[in-house]
Design a protein around this ligand. Sequence first.
Ligand code: APR
Length: 250
Amino acid sequence: MTKQIEEAAKAIKNASHAIAFTGAGISAESGIPPFRGKGGIWNTYDPIVLDLDYFFSHYTKSWKAIKSIFYDFLEDKHPNAAHIILAEWEKQSILKGIITQNIDNLHQDAGSLNVIEFHGNAQRLICADCAHIFEVRDWVFTELAPYCPNCGGRLKPDFVFFGEAIPEQAYRKAYEASTTCDLMIIIGASGEVSPANKMPQIAKNNHSAILEINPDSTLYTNQITTISIKGSASEVLSEINRLLNIEANK
Ligand code: APR
């Protein structure tokens, strides 16, 4: 692994436009379970509660599941070393930005500014009728399901459900970032959900190098990756960061 860490540090140092593409795995060490694989959310819950049609036709039932999956514990969760290092790299202009599939707000909590929320953000609720946005931090879930205090409409978490389109601006920005980067760092993403999973391929098609950090093999590993490091996000990023700091202090 040491040789790959060195290669990764070199690739990051030499890149002029590096971006990160993150998935649920980067938040695993913050105590948020991923969707798939060991301990995955979809092993316990039926993903149908996030199907747009099902959600509106089984509103209360879906909200009960959604609250326990996404809201009962998210507020106690904090960024881990991986989120913090990416935020530091952005401040140091090592990283231009992050495309994230995550809805947990942990990149933003860590201080990252240029975060493209490909799948939206659980910290917001949107009214299906009047489109008013409510911040979850100001919201008290007294009754399930919740209704809009302004118009009585149904409230949906402002993240992308199955059967729902990707927010246009997020898609456009992610596409643009993927076509202009010269290094994409894929961290904790299984590559199983479309169209998000197309972004690394788009980067590759545009001659970007691809660095992957994941304890397991994914659909990207050895298919489009230039460097693939098997390990946890915080462990591997901390090692790379250590080498970059040594290099910077020489
Ligand atoms: N560090 C890095 N990667 C990890 C770690 C860790 N500590 N722990 C697990 N992983 C990896 C797993 O090996 C897996 O490849 O993170 C990945 C998580 O995969 P998924 O659960 O499929 O998450 P993601 O790729 O983000 O899923 C995409 O699926 O249900 C939807 O909308 C949801 O955005 C989500 C999308």
